[in-house]
Design a protein around this ligand. Sequence first.
Ligand SMILES: *Cc1c(COP(=O)(O)O)cnc(C)c1O
Length: 483
Amino acid sequence: MKLIFERSVPGRRMSLFPECDVEECLPEVPMREAPPRLPEVSENELDRHYTALAREARGLNDGFYPLGSCTMKHNPLLNERMAALEGFTGVHPLQPAETVTGCTEVIDTLEKYLKTITGMDRVTFQPAAGSQGEFTGLLLIRAYHEARGEGERNEILIPDSAHGTNPASAAMAGYRVVELVSDENGMIDLEDLRQKAGPKTAGLMLTNPNTVGIFDTDIREITAIVHNAGGLCYYDGANLNAVIGLVRPGDIGFDVTHLNLHKTFSTPHGGGGPGAGPVACKSFLAEYLPGLRAVRGEAGSSDTWQYVWEKHSIGNMTGFYGNFLILVRALCYLESLGRDGVPELAHNAVLNANYMMAKLKDIYPMAYDRICMHEFVMNLDSFHEKAHVSALDVAKALLDFGIHPPTMYFPLIVPEALMVEPTETESRETLDGAIAAFRAIYEAMVKNPERVKATPATTPVRRLDEVTAARKPVLKYDFGGAE
Ligand SMILES: *Cc1c(COP(=O)(O)O)cnc(C)c1O
């Protein structure tokens, strides 16, 4: 496919402006000597170019997208409509609080819902990603220990199955990461935890269900062990899809948590953002929360608002309220689901994952052959041994069936891992189609492994040199080498 620069023809224009009849008034300003070399194309050529580009990309709107640990779910158009309303897009964060009470109402209502969902007492909407939420939560934990004169606590306990952002956030917050071992069921080894929790422990970071799709049933004991050692418990809420409306982190011993609004709460999260990773915490941590908060004035004068800082705030994590329009989408999503719809979401997510797992496990070996939560992990080590077909090959073969690959080679504790998350919004027909695709790939592998290794055959490009693309991306058009 041609680049937009290759389609350029000198003099082609999109629209015709009348000759300028205003006297030029910037003579003293340094002006560029030559006009910028922008591509020159007509409007319909531009339109076709971007439509063709969009067709070459694979997104949620094109078909099943079972990326695990990412919760790629339906992004209702209604949410987009609401987030595009001028009352939300046309305001400025420095406007007096009483002129943006609609936006404040969105924040207040969403905070109320998220407190109910998490079992926590306060929420900050500043963090712009789950990972930034983790970092924020860890800074709250650090501020808490320092205020109690226990700043020497410098270790964060993190299971070996954790998402990579967990140890990264802990390191960024200045902590030493102590890895916890998973047992053969994919749960935390309690003996190992007891040995590692102690006077150096600042806290524990955990996602439950974890990244292998297993709900750790020892969770209350785990959080109690950490609390008894004087540490706090951080819940990585990225996997909330499995338990939302059913289990509340605040009820199972967690002190602070983040939620990924761009995962569990239906905001699109392609291309790395924008995201929203609000942090919810128990009241004893609230005095350290970041950012400003709009609060109503004296009782009886609900029109007088003011912005306040928390007493011992850790400072700003982003500007103002983070990515506000994502909050609008999340609120809209919760309002459309309602009180009964939220737990139903979790039930369907878990049902879909177990349905697919049950229909595949006779031929695809599962890393943990037990009831899973919202996602399951295959261990394709034996495929690799017998037929030299890797998890990557299976993922590539799925592309020929119009299916986006699942998460590959994660979590790290499972060799040749493929992690499948069929969200609650997928229909039974879609799941059956995906199951048929997996089974067809298996048969192809048994008959002719080379065919599977040569996939994809139907995509605009075949197998790419992903390392070079990531390390040495070519992002500039060089105009055929001419300066
Ligand atoms: C996605 C994810 C994160 C990080 O969230 P981002 O918004 O991508 O920064 C953390 N933990 C788990 C388990 C995740 O799936």
